[in-house]
Design a protein around this ligand. Structure first.
Ligand SMILES: Cc1ncc(COP(=O)(O)O)c(C=O)c1O
Length: 357
């Protein structure tokens, strides 16, 4: 029996996607080999690769102003590739909303980039999304869409005349996005859209021109990956195949508006449970910044937290221990978590509060 997996990532996959991968694992579409065992230069793999790219763009409704890149090194490598490829000797502006922006800022600083932190919520343990005002003449501006650890999420993105870069690792493909100011939108796909090993980057073509002028190693250069259709070297073929299955699953299930509605309904169940617990549970994020993806909360009496995690495991619910930096409990409700699974968690939380409250 499969358990309910609320892990923050890598995380649960849609059952139908797993089953299709299982069916095709030994013999891919009657070809006599698996997709993992063939060259990335074959027509069979290229079809998987380009189809996944096309469907990813379709889901976000992107036109040919944007290109999709498949890269490795996790979202973390993008923390360095962004400044390497896109800085132009001026100021690069960051909104600081948690651990993942801290790491991105650090990588830019290591590279000697002139980083300006224009907004921060560090004063209150990143429990809110600060107001962000970017200046017009920055080389680029940078935000993290959803803060996986603290459970906050930009409800809409700040305006930016300079090219806006968005780390969307933990709310990738979970809602429609207005791309008008966005020059680059990226994430590791292992939370909401596949398995680890693949980063998907949507990049506007004018940024590729910036990258092309840079004297940096080939593997770290967006322009090189773009010129080679993300087949410059051997890509993570199985991760791309899984990403393709996820794109198809999203399309078959109504696309990003439909998944967003489901995600809202799922998160509402858990937040209602927190809000109606008379202080037994306390959400970390301020209400207006709440994430639909990661719900971080504490239990008034902290010694109950390990008991909560233990009892949840006994009830076949996994991955609920909070991140070590924040502590408490965290439920990650990514795309593949179902409404029914959230109902089970809400019921468990109510029962736990009755028992120990
Ligand atoms: C928002 C965000 N950005 C970046 C990362 C780093 O991703 P990776 O481990 O793929 O390098 C994570 C990982 O959890 C994340 O949540």
């Amino acid at each position: 029996m499969r358990k309910i997996n609320f892990s923050a990532g890598p995380s649960t996959l849609p059952e139908s996607v797993l089953k299709q991968a299982q069916n095709e694992l030994f013999d891919y579409q009657g070809k006599g080999f698996s997709i993992m065992e063939i060259s990335h230069r074959t027509k069979i793999f290229e079809e998987v690769h380009f189809n996944a790219m096309k469907n990813a763009k379709t889901l976000y409704g992107l036109n040919d102003d944007y290109e999709v890149l498949f890269l490795q090194g996790g979202a973390s490598l993008q923390f360095a590739m962004v400044p390497m490829n896109l800085s132009e000797g001026g100021v690069c502006e960051y909104a600081h909303t948690g651990v993942w922006t801290k790491k991105a800022i650090k990588e830019a600083q290591i590279l000697g980039i002139n980083v300006k932190v224009v907004a921060s919520s560090e004063d209150s343990e990143f429990s809110y999304i600060p107001e962000v005002n970017f200046s017009e003449n920055a080389d680029y501006t940078y935000i993290c869409s959803n803060n996986t650890i603290y459970g906050t999420q930009f409800q809409s993105y700040p305006q930016s005349k300079a090219p806006l870069i968005v780390d969307a690792s933990s709310d990738f493909f979970s809602r429609k996005i207005d791309f008008s100011d966005i020059a680059m939108f990226y994430g590791g796909v292992q939370k909401n859209a596949g398995i680890s090993g693949l980063s998907c980057v949507f990049v506007r073509k004018d940024l590729l021109e910036r990258s092309a002028k840079k004297n940096i190693p080939s593997m770290l250069k967006y322009a090189v990956h773009s010129e080679n259709n993300s087949l410059f070297n051997t890509p993570p073929t199985f991760a791309i195949y899984m990403f393709g299955l996820e794109m198809q699953w999203l399309l078959d299930n109504g696309g990003l508006d439909a998944i967003n509605e489901r995600n809202k309904a799922k998160a509402r169940l858990i937040y209602e449970c927190i809000d109606s617990s008379n202080g037994f549970y306390k959400g970390h994020s301020e209400k207006e910044c709440r994430s639909l993806m990661n719900i971080s909360f504490k239990i008034a009496s902290t010694d109950l937290e390990p008991i909560f995690v233990q009892e949840a495991e006994k009830a076949d619910m996994l991955g609920l221990k909070g991140h070590r930096l924040l502590g408490g409990i965290r439920a990650s409700l990514y795309n593949a978590i179902t409404l029914k699974q959230c109902e089970s968690l809400a019921e468990f939380m109510r029962e736990f509060a009755r028992k120990y409250g």
